[in-house]
Design a protein around this ligand. Sequence first.
Ligand code: CP
Ligand code: NVA
Length: 308
Amino acid sequence: MNSFLDIHKTDPAALRSMIDTAHAMKIARNGRPKGMPDDDQPLAGRMVALIFEKPSTRTRVSFDLGVRQMGGQTMVLSGKEMQLGHGETIADTARVLSRYVDLIMIRTFEEATLLEMAEYASVPVINGLTNRTHPCQIMADVMTYEEHRGPIAGRKVVWCGDGNNVCASFLHAAGQFGFDFTFTGPETLDPEPGFVGFAREKGRSVRIERDPVAAVTGADLVVTDTWVSMHDPESAKERRHNQLRPYQVNEALMAHAKPDALFMHCLPAHRNDEATSAVMDGPHSVIFDEAENRLHAQKAVMRWCLGV
Ligand code: CP
Ligand code: NVA
Protein backbone atom coordinates (compact mmCIF):
# COMPACT_ATOMS: atom_id res chain seq x y z
CA MET A 1 0.00 0.00 0.00
CA ASN A 2 1.45 3.35 -1.09
CA SER A 3 0.30 6.90 -0.47
CA PHE A 4 0.99 9.45 -3.19
CA LEU A 5 1.80 12.52 -1.15
CA ASP A 6 4.44 14.30 -3.22
CA ILE A 7 6.70 13.75 -6.20
CA HIS A 8 9.91 14.13 -4.18
CA LYS A 9 8.69 11.48 -1.72
CA THR A 10 8.00 8.94 -4.47
CA ASP A 11 10.69 6.68 -5.90
CA PRO A 12 11.75 7.81 -9.42
CA ALA A 13 11.30 4.27 -10.81
CA ALA A 14 7.74 4.21 -9.46
CA LEU A 15 7.05 7.64 -10.99
CA ARG A 16 8.36 6.42 -14.34
CA SER A 17 6.27 3.27 -14.19
CA MET A 18 3.14 5.34 -13.41
CA ILE A 19 3.77 7.58 -16.46
CA ASP A 20 4.29 4.50 -18.65
CA THR A 21 1.09 2.89 -17.30
CA ALA A 22 -0.81 6.12 -17.94
CA HIS A 23 0.33 6.23 -21.59
CA ALA A 24 -0.57 2.56 -22.07
CA MET A 25 -4.00 2.96 -20.45
CA LYS A 26 -4.76 6.01 -22.57
CA ILE A 27 -3.85 4.13 -25.75
CA ALA A 28 -5.79 1.03 -24.65
CA ARG A 29 -8.99 3.08 -24.39
CA ASN A 30 -8.48 3.93 -28.07
CA GLY A 31 -10.98 6.77 -28.13
CA ARG A 32 -13.88 4.72 -26.74
CA PRO A 33 -16.84 6.61 -25.16
CA LYS A 34 -15.85 8.19 -21.86
CA GLY A 35 -18.46 6.37 -19.81
CA MET A 36 -17.49 2.97 -21.17
CA PRO A 37 -15.43 0.90 -18.71
CA ASP A 38 -11.82 -0.10 -19.40
CA ASP A 39 -11.25 -3.68 -20.55
CA ASP A 40 -9.62 -4.55 -17.26
CA GLN A 41 -11.33 -3.47 -14.06
CA PRO A 42 -8.55 -3.18 -11.45
CA LEU A 43 -10.72 -1.16 -9.05
CA ALA A 44 -13.71 -3.53 -9.15
CA GLY A 45 -15.27 -3.66 -5.69
CA ARG A 46 -13.20 -0.69 -4.44
CA MET A 47 -14.62 2.49 -2.94
CA VAL A 48 -12.71 5.78 -3.21
CA ALA A 49 -13.41 8.91 -1.11
CA LEU A 50 -12.69 12.22 -2.83
CA ILE A 51 -12.54 15.04 -0.25
CA PHE A 52 -12.55 18.68 -1.34
CA GLU A 53 -11.88 21.57 1.01
CA LYS A 54 -11.32 23.87 -1.98
CA PRO A 55 -13.13 24.19 -5.33
CA SER A 56 -12.20 21.93 -8.25
CA THR A 57 -13.31 21.07 -11.76
CA ARG A 58 -10.52 18.94 -13.25
CA THR A 59 -9.39 17.07 -10.13
CA ARG A 60 -12.93 16.24 -9.12
CA VAL A 61 -14.17 15.09 -12.50
CA SER A 62 -11.01 13.26 -13.58
CA PHE A 63 -10.67 11.27 -10.32
CA ASP A 64 -14.36 10.40 -10.29
CA LEU A 65 -14.37 9.33 -13.94
CA GLY A 66 -11.07 7.46 -13.61
CA VAL A 67 -12.34 5.35 -10.71
CA ARG A 68 -15.52 4.50 -12.61
CA GLN A 69 -13.64 3.56 -15.79
CA MET A 70 -11.56 1.15 -13.69
CA GLY A 71 -14.66 -0.44 -12.17
CA GLY A 72 -14.64 1.23 -8.75
CA GLN A 73 -17.06 3.56 -7.01
CA THR A 74 -16.58 7.02 -5.53
CA MET A 75 -18.03 9.28 -2.91
CA VAL A 76 -17.29 12.97 -3.39
CA LEU A 77 -17.22 14.75 -0.04
CA SER A 78 -17.09 18.44 0.70
CA GLY A 79 -14.88 19.25 3.67
CA LYS A 80 -17.38 21.86 4.86
CA GLU A 81 -20.20 19.35 5.00
CA MET A 82 -18.13 16.78 6.91
CA GLN A 83 -17.59 16.82 10.67
CA LEU A 84 -14.00 17.63 9.71
CA GLY A 85 -15.20 21.18 9.19
CA HIS A 86 -16.85 21.19 12.65
CA GLY A 87 -13.99 20.23 14.89
CA GLU A 88 -13.55 16.48 14.38
CA THR A 89 -9.84 15.81 14.17
CA ILE A 90 -8.16 14.80 10.97
CA ALA A 91 -6.73 11.75 12.72
CA ASP A 92 -10.19 10.53 13.76
CA THR A 93 -11.59 11.28 10.30
CA ALA A 94 -8.77 9.26 8.73
CA ARG A 95 -9.39 6.27 11.01
CA VAL A 96 -13.14 6.33 10.39
CA LEU A 97 -12.86 6.68 6.62
CA SER A 98 -10.36 3.82 6.54
CA ARG A 99 -13.12 1.52 7.84
CA TYR A 100 -15.35 2.46 4.87
CA VAL A 101 -13.19 3.13 1.83
CA ASP A 102 -10.12 1.68 0.10
CA LEU A 103 -8.47 4.94 -0.98
CA ILE A 104 -8.68 8.62 0.04
CA MET A 105 -7.92 11.59 -2.20
CA ILE A 106 -7.89 14.95 -0.43
CA ARG A 107 -7.61 18.54 -1.67
CA THR A 108 -6.93 20.76 1.30
CA PHE A 109 -5.26 23.94 2.53
CA GLU A 110 -2.47 23.07 4.95
CA GLU A 111 0.05 20.39 4.05
CA ALA A 112 -0.17 19.27 7.70
CA THR A 113 -3.77 18.15 7.08
CA LEU A 114 -2.67 15.87 4.24
CA LEU A 115 0.20 14.46 6.29
CA GLU A 116 -1.99 13.80 9.32
CA MET A 117 -4.58 12.10 7.11
CA ALA A 118 -1.86 9.85 5.67
CA GLU A 119 -0.37 9.12 9.09
CA TYR A 120 -3.63 7.95 10.63
CA ALA A 121 -5.33 6.36 7.60
CA SER A 122 -4.81 2.66 7.10
CA VAL A 123 -5.58 3.06 3.37
CA PRO A 124 -3.53 5.02 0.80
CA VAL A 125 -3.93 8.80 0.63
CA ILE A 126 -3.45 10.92 -2.50
CA ASN A 127 -2.57 14.62 -2.50
CA GLY A 128 -5.12 16.40 -4.70
CA LEU A 129 -3.45 19.79 -4.03
CA THR A 130 -2.39 21.64 -0.91
CA ASN A 131 -1.19 25.21 -0.47
CA ARG A 132 2.34 23.90 -1.06
CA THR A 133 2.22 21.25 -3.81
CA HIS A 134 0.11 19.69 -6.59
CA PRO A 135 1.81 16.42 -7.58
CA CYS A 136 -1.06 14.90 -9.62
CA GLN A 137 -0.96 17.91 -11.93
CA ILE A 138 2.72 17.47 -12.67
CA MET A 139 2.30 13.75 -13.39
CA ALA A 140 -0.18 14.78 -16.09
CA ASP A 141 2.20 17.49 -17.32
CA VAL A 142 5.16 15.11 -17.64
CA MET A 143 2.90 12.65 -19.46
CA THR A 144 1.70 15.42 -21.79
CA TYR A 145 5.21 16.65 -22.59
CA GLU A 146 6.41 13.13 -23.40
CA GLU A 147 3.33 12.35 -25.49
CA HIS A 148 4.17 15.30 -27.75
CA ARG A 149 7.95 15.53 -27.65
CA GLY A 150 9.48 12.35 -26.17
CA PRO A 151 11.55 12.10 -22.99
CA ILE A 152 11.46 15.17 -20.74
CA ALA A 153 14.88 14.28 -19.26
CA GLY A 154 17.46 16.92 -20.17
CA ARG A 155 14.87 19.43 -21.42
CA LYS A 156 14.65 23.08 -20.37
CA VAL A 157 11.43 23.95 -18.54
CA VAL A 158 10.69 27.60 -17.76
CA TRP A 159 8.15 28.68 -15.17
CA CYS A 160 6.80 32.24 -15.49
CA GLY A 161 5.06 34.09 -12.65
CA ASP A 162 4.24 33.00 -9.11
CA GLY A 163 6.48 30.39 -7.48
CA ASN A 164 3.40 28.59 -6.14
CA ASN A 165 2.26 25.02 -5.34
CA VAL A 166 2.29 23.89 -8.99
CA CYS A 167 5.76 25.39 -9.48
CA ALA A 168 6.92 23.52 -6.37
CA SER A 169 5.81 20.16 -7.76
CA PHE A 170 7.53 21.02 -11.06
CA LEU A 171 10.77 21.52 -9.11
CA HIS A 172 10.30 18.14 -7.45
CA ALA A 173 9.71 16.62 -10.89
CA ALA A 174 12.86 18.31 -12.26
CA GLY A 175 14.81 16.34 -9.65
CA GLN A 176 13.00 13.05 -10.17
CA PHE A 177 12.60 13.08 -13.97
CA GLY A 178 15.90 14.86 -14.68
CA PHE A 179 15.06 18.11 -16.47
CA ASP A 180 16.47 21.61 -15.99
CA PHE A 181 14.29 24.35 -14.57
CA THR A 182 14.28 28.13 -14.79
CA PHE A 183 12.01 30.27 -12.64
CA THR A 184 11.25 33.79 -13.78
CA GLY A 185 9.18 36.09 -11.59
CA PRO A 186 9.55 38.78 -8.91
CA GLU A 187 11.82 37.97 -5.97
CA THR A 188 8.97 38.15 -3.45
CA LEU A 189 7.24 35.28 -5.26
CA ASP A 190 10.26 32.99 -5.63
CA PRO A 191 9.67 29.28 -4.94
CA GLU A 192 10.74 28.19 -1.45
CA PRO A 193 14.45 27.39 -1.21
CA GLY A 194 13.66 23.80 -0.16
CA PHE A 195 11.96 23.07 -3.48
CA VAL A 196 14.85 24.57 -5.45
CA GLY A 197 17.32 22.72 -3.22
CA PHE A 198 15.70 19.37 -3.90
CA ALA A 199 16.15 19.68 -7.68
CA ARG A 200 19.73 20.92 -7.25
CA GLU A 201 20.61 18.07 -4.87
CA LYS A 202 19.47 15.70 -7.60
CA GLY A 203 21.99 17.33 -9.93
CA ARG A 204 19.62 19.48 -11.94
CA SER A 205 20.34 23.04 -13.01
CA VAL A 206 17.85 25.46 -11.42
CA ARG A 207 18.13 29.09 -12.51
CA ILE A 208 16.33 32.04 -10.96
CA GLU A 209 16.14 34.73 -13.64
CA ARG A 210 14.37 38.09 -13.21
CA ASP A 211 14.34 38.87 -16.94
CA PRO A 212 11.53 36.87 -18.60
CA VAL A 213 13.04 37.11 -22.09
CA ALA A 214 16.42 35.79 -20.90
CA ALA A 215 14.60 33.02 -19.02
CA VAL A 216 12.42 31.83 -21.89
CA THR A 217 15.19 31.91 -24.50
CA GLY A 218 15.78 28.36 -25.70
CA ALA A 219 12.96 26.85 -23.61
CA ASP A 220 11.48 23.46 -24.53
CA LEU A 221 8.46 24.05 -22.31
CA VAL A 222 6.99 27.29 -20.95
CA VAL A 223 4.59 27.00 -18.02
CA THR A 224 2.52 29.45 -16.04
CA ASP A 225 -0.36 29.45 -13.57
CA THR A 226 -2.83 31.83 -12.01
CA TRP A 227 -1.33 34.89 -10.33
CA VAL A 228 -3.54 34.45 -7.26
CA SER A 229 -4.03 30.91 -5.95
CA MET A 230 -7.05 29.67 -4.02
CA HIS A 231 -5.26 30.02 -0.68
CA ASP A 232 -3.92 33.53 -1.39
CA PRO A 233 -5.82 36.42 0.19
CA GLU A 234 -8.03 38.37 -2.21
CA SER A 235 -6.36 41.51 -0.80
CA ALA A 236 -3.10 40.44 -2.50
CA LYS A 237 -4.70 40.58 -5.94
CA GLU A 238 -3.92 44.11 -7.06
CA ARG A 239 -0.30 44.02 -5.86
CA ARG A 240 0.22 40.61 -7.44
CA HIS A 241 -1.15 41.75 -10.78
CA ASN A 242 1.17 44.76 -10.81
CA GLN A 243 4.17 42.63 -9.87
CA LEU A 244 3.43 39.82 -12.30
CA ARG A 245 2.32 41.67 -15.40
CA PRO A 246 5.90 41.70 -16.86
CA TYR A 247 5.82 37.88 -16.65
CA GLN A 248 2.68 37.41 -18.72
CA VAL A 249 3.14 34.66 -21.33
CA ASN A 250 2.22 36.31 -24.62
CA GLU A 251 3.23 35.69 -28.22
CA ALA A 252 6.18 38.10 -27.98
CA LEU A 253 7.60 36.16 -25.02
CA MET A 254 6.88 32.73 -26.55
CA ALA A 255 8.80 33.80 -29.67
CA HIS A 256 12.02 33.51 -27.60
CA ALA A 257 11.40 29.83 -26.80
CA LYS A 258 12.47 27.06 -29.18
CA PRO A 259 10.27 26.93 -32.31
CA ASP A 260 8.80 23.59 -31.19
CA ALA A 261 8.37 24.61 -27.53
CA LEU A 262 5.19 23.62 -25.74
CA PHE A 263 3.06 25.87 -23.54
CA MET A 264 1.28 24.52 -20.45
CA HIS A 265 -1.10 25.87 -17.84
CA CYS A 266 -2.76 23.60 -15.26
CA LEU A 267 -6.00 25.62 -15.52
CA PRO A 268 -8.21 27.30 -14.42
CA ALA A 269 -6.69 30.30 -16.22
CA HIS A 270 -7.43 33.99 -16.08
CA ARG A 271 -7.17 34.65 -19.78
CA ASN A 272 -5.10 37.68 -20.72
CA ASP A 273 -3.62 37.95 -17.22
CA GLU A 274 -0.96 35.24 -16.79
CA ALA A 275 -1.24 34.14 -20.44
CA THR A 276 -2.91 35.64 -23.46
CA SER A 277 -5.63 33.83 -25.35
CA ALA A 278 -3.37 33.97 -28.41
CA VAL A 279 -0.88 31.72 -26.56
CA MET A 280 -3.48 29.56 -24.81
CA ASP A 281 -5.22 28.82 -28.11
CA GLY A 282 -2.05 29.03 -30.24
CA PRO A 283 0.19 26.43 -31.86
CA HIS A 284 2.44 25.81 -28.83
CA SER A 285 -0.40 25.19 -26.40
CA VAL A 286 -1.27 21.73 -25.06
CA ILE A 287 -3.46 22.91 -22.19
CA PHE A 288 -6.45 20.70 -22.99
CA ASP A 289 -4.27 17.61 -23.46
CA GLU A 290 -2.90 18.40 -20.00
CA ALA A 291 -6.43 18.53 -18.62
CA GLU A 292 -7.33 15.22 -20.30
CA ASN A 293 -4.15 13.58 -19.07
CA ARG A 294 -5.11 14.26 -15.46
CA LEU A 295 -7.53 11.38 -16.00
CA HIS A 296 -4.99 8.91 -17.38
CA ALA A 297 -2.14 9.89 -15.04
CA GLN A 298 -4.31 9.66 -11.92
CA LYS A 299 -5.67 6.28 -12.97
CA ALA A 300 -2.05 5.08 -12.98
CA VAL A 301 -1.42 6.76 -9.60
CA MET A 302 -4.45 5.02 -8.06
CA ARG A 303 -3.36 1.64 -9.43
CA TRP A 304 0.10 2.14 -7.94
CA CYS A 305 -1.39 3.16 -4.58
CA LEU A 306 -3.53 0.04 -4.43
CA GLY A 307 -1.00 -2.26 -6.07
CA VAL A 308 -3.51 -3.37 -8.71
N1 CP B 1 -5.68 21.97 -12.42
C1 CP B 1 -6.54 21.65 -11.45
O1 CP B 1 -6.20 21.03 -10.45
O2 CP B 1 -7.82 22.08 -11.68
P1 CP B 1 -9.05 22.05 -10.67
O3 CP B 1 -8.78 23.09 -9.61
O4 CP B 1 -10.23 22.40 -11.52
O5 CP B 1 -9.15 20.69 -10.06
N1 NVA C 1 -2.05 27.44 -7.99
C1 NVA C 1 -3.46 27.16 -8.17
C2 NVA C 1 -3.64 25.83 -8.82
C3 NVA C 1 -5.07 25.47 -9.11
C4 NVA C 1 -5.23 24.12 -9.73
C5 NVA C 1 -4.16 27.22 -6.84
O1 NVA C 1 -3.65 26.66 -5.86
O2 NVA C 1 -5.22 27.85 -6.76
